[in-house]
Unconditional design. Structure first.
Length: 258
């Protein structure tokens, strides 16, 4: 007890957060969610942090909520607290100023599937699977459905939610739940390739772009263009915005201030 359920490492701009409770199939218990939130928020404004990768130990990426915490022995207040911090962590991922990549090698179910859907980018190994099987135990995956319904076509999301049947990695790729599928032995390499590419860009420019992307996705077309037209003009006033254009014109590599 008291030991951290996640492991946080950071090198060369890349923060690795590893869900590290394989015996419990990396369930999103209250303690796991608190640990994950802490690792996501740690020194997040630092110039040294450019990208976050979430991965997991063991054959299950994440099995979702710890059902022992949701049994009737715990009171309703505790149940609400679990769901509230879960929603907070899922929305936090999109509010962070750096891209967050899910590196999935194994099964991601229920709130674990929601975690993958909530990340900006997801790279999965061929053996990964994704499911929302709550319906099978009488607890419909209504909160995972928020993230699922926003990253998958409606009918695919609903089939997953109504049947609890898993999607293979290939199906998840085809329907847009993940960005890339690679053999297991290439998972680390592929994820690092994306991370290193992100690290070459300006932190401030990416932060502006990420925040704007999620904002405009929730707007109608005209409003979205109004929002982004203003943001592009703002982007040009950033020091790194000026530097990038000058470097391009002068045919040299930009030197970012982040």
């Amino acid at each position: 007890p008291g030991e951290k359920l996640t492991v946080r490492r950071q090198a060369e701009g890349v923060r690795d957060i590893v869900l590290n409770n394989p015996r419990k199939r990396n369930a999103l218990s209250l303690a796991m969610l608190q640990s994950l939130r802490e690792d996501l928020l740690h020194d997040v404004k630092s110039k040294d942090l450019r990208v976050i990768i979430i991965s997991a130990e063991g054959p299950v990426f994440c099995s979702g909520h710890d059902l022992k915490e949701l049994s009737s022995e715990d009171d309703v207040k505790h149940h609400s607290q679990v769901f509230e911090i879960c929603a907070e962590v899922m929305t936090l991922i999109q509010k962070l100023p750096v891209p967050v990549i899910a590196k999935v090698n194994g099964l991601a179910t229920a709130a674990g599937c929601q975690l993958v859907a909530s990340c900006d980018i997801a790279v999965a190994s061929e053996k990964s699977q994704f499911a929302t099987p709550g319906v099978n135990i009488g607890l419909f995956c209504s909160t995972p459905a928020v993230a699922l319904g926003r990253s998958l076509p409606r009918k695919v999301a609903l089939e997953m939610l109504f049947t609890g049947e898993p999607l293979s990695a290939r199906e998840a790729l085809m329907h847009g739940l993940v960005s890339k599928v690679v053999p297991e032995d290439k998972l680390e390499e592929e994820t690092m390739k994306i991370s290193h590419k992100i690290c070459k860009s300006s932190k401030s420019v990416l932060a502006l772009g990420k925040a704007t992307f999620y904002r405009q996705m929730a707007q109608d077309l005209d409003t979205a263009y109004k929002t982004t037209t203003q943001v592009m003009a703002d982007n040009l006033t950033l020091r790194d915005g000026q530097e990038g254009i000058e470097a391009f014109i002068q045919k040299r590599k930009p030197v970012w201030s982040h």
